[in-house]
Design a protein around this ligand. Structure first.
Ligand SMILES: [Zn+2]
Length: 418
């Protein structure tokens, strides 16, 4: 949709003035946004231990003037701008993956260091820069005061690294919060994302008979029974469901386990399979496909339960299944993303899909809430010792989050009137 049409009926400043105003505010907020991000980096927040980072985010949401600030039962930080009944949810997560070897990092992981326009620190690229940018996108929106029947809720999400979508599921299903659209601020390097593959964990187990290792012929070795099973599972690659955008799914054996008794013939053996899926695959379709291959060899397959405990003490255990999703390229939420991008930077955005999984697995994959991705962080730094974000991109992302709801309101409001 041409930009001028978007703004045709606005009683607000003309688009050029509005973009200039947003740019001005975003520049003003560069310092507090950077300070907030630096504070978040100083606070260690591994999955399930996000309490202090959530508290810090709630304080920032109060400071920017949110009309309502709260923590939901799963311990997500939430702040609302506006009083409209239709809600756009800005989502970025506060938990980070764990540092394996701090000596590999250019600076201590929890020490934010700025060099030129780059800020280094654990979680900068995944996903604390996203949190800082959505909070300040909302801060700009608060100053603009252009929201009418749409309100924006900012979510500093929890539990994403271990069980993406579980924190968001709790907000929607347990606390009854129903957004109309979800904007994910994960790493996209200022391009748009419209989906990603899904993933699923499958456990396969063989049963044997334990005897002393000195008389193996009297027992039944579960590891030996597993060997042909592993080969069959590996050979399924190449015949898994395929998708025009994502290509073919994949699966790989990632763990093997058994009794820890080196002088006994093992009576059980269990492997874990990491399966990457395309949209449309279900728990049933995955487990049935694997059973068809392993059951003739005497093995059993199931999808394990992922144990999830929120920092508020809520148990959110659920199947280790994270469906894939893909929005149509011309879906309204993607079109509005393109219009926002064009209005800000006078060029066409790149629209792509993510390689990794996000909270979108729940919003789009399960709840079917229109979802798109846009973030300042860059994918190559995610989960690496080079974890960093470019501060100019942080400011640009905040501009995007400020303008998106204004255009969303304009376009979807117009659609509703037709
Ligand atoms: Zn992430």
């Amino acid at each position: 949709m041409p930009l001028l049409m978007v703004f045709k009926n606005m009683e607000q400043p003309n688009p050029k003035e509005l973009v200039e105003k947003i740019q001005q505010l975003a520049d003003q907020f560069r310092k507090p946004m950077t300070d907030f991000l630096s504070d978040l980096i100083r606070i260690q927040s591994y999955t399930g231990q996000e309490g202090p980072a959530v508290e810090r985010t709630l304080a920032e949401l109060r400071a920017i003037g949110c009309d309502e600030v709260w923590m939901d039962s799963a311990g997500n930080a939430l702040g609302r701008i506006g009083s409209g009944t239709r809600t756009i949810l800005f989502n970025a997560h506060l938990d980070t993956n764990e540092v394996s070897d701090a000596s590999q990092w250019p600076h201590p992981p929890l020490e934010p260091v700025i060099e030129g326009d780059t800020l280094f620190g654990l979680g900068a690229s995944d996903c604390k820069a996203g949190v800082a940018a959505i909070v300040y996108g909302a801060a700009i929106l608060k100053q603009l005061d252009l929201l009418d029947d749409v309100s924006v809720v900012v979510m500093g999400a929890t539990l994403e690294e271990d069980a993406e979508g579980f924190g968001l599921r709790s907000l929607v299903e347990r606390d009854g919060f129903k957004p109309e659209c979800v904007l994910l601020a994960e790493a996209t390097n200022l391009t748009l994302r419209r989906g990603h593959r899904g993933r699923c964990e499958v456990h396969v187990r063989t049963q044997g008979k334990a005897v002393h290792a000195s008389t193996p012929h009297l027992g039944e070795n579960a590891i030996l029974k597993m060997a042909p099973v592993i080969e069959k599972i590996q050979n399924m690659n190449g015949c898994l469901p395929s998708h025009p955008v994502f290509g073919e799914g994949s699966q790989v054996v990632t763990l093997i386990n058994g009794p820890h008794t080196p002088n006994s013939v093992p009576d059980w053996c269990e492997i874990a399979i990491d399966r990457r899926l395309v949209p449309g695959e279900t728990m049933e379709s995955i487990v049935d496909g694997i059973r068809a291959v392993v059951e003739p060899l005497g093995a059993k397959a199931n999808i394990p339960v992922q144990p999830v405990l929120s920092h508020t003490g809520l148990r959110l255990d659920g199947p280790s299944f994270y469906p894939g999703w893909l929005m149509e390229e011309n879906d309204a939420v993607i079109d509005i993303g393109k219009a926002t991008y064009r209005a800000l930077w006078q060029k066409e955005p790149v629209v792509d899909v993510w390689k990794f999984s996000t909270d979108g697995t729940y919003s789009a994959g399960v709840a079917k809430i229109p979802t798109l991705g846009f973030g300042p962080q860059e994918e190559p730094y995610v989960h690496t010792a080079q974890d960093q974000v470019n501060l100019n991109k942080l400011v640009e992302a905040a501009m995007f989050y400020a303008l998106y709801p204004v255009i969303y309101q304009q376009i979807t409001g117009a659609n509703l009137n037709h």
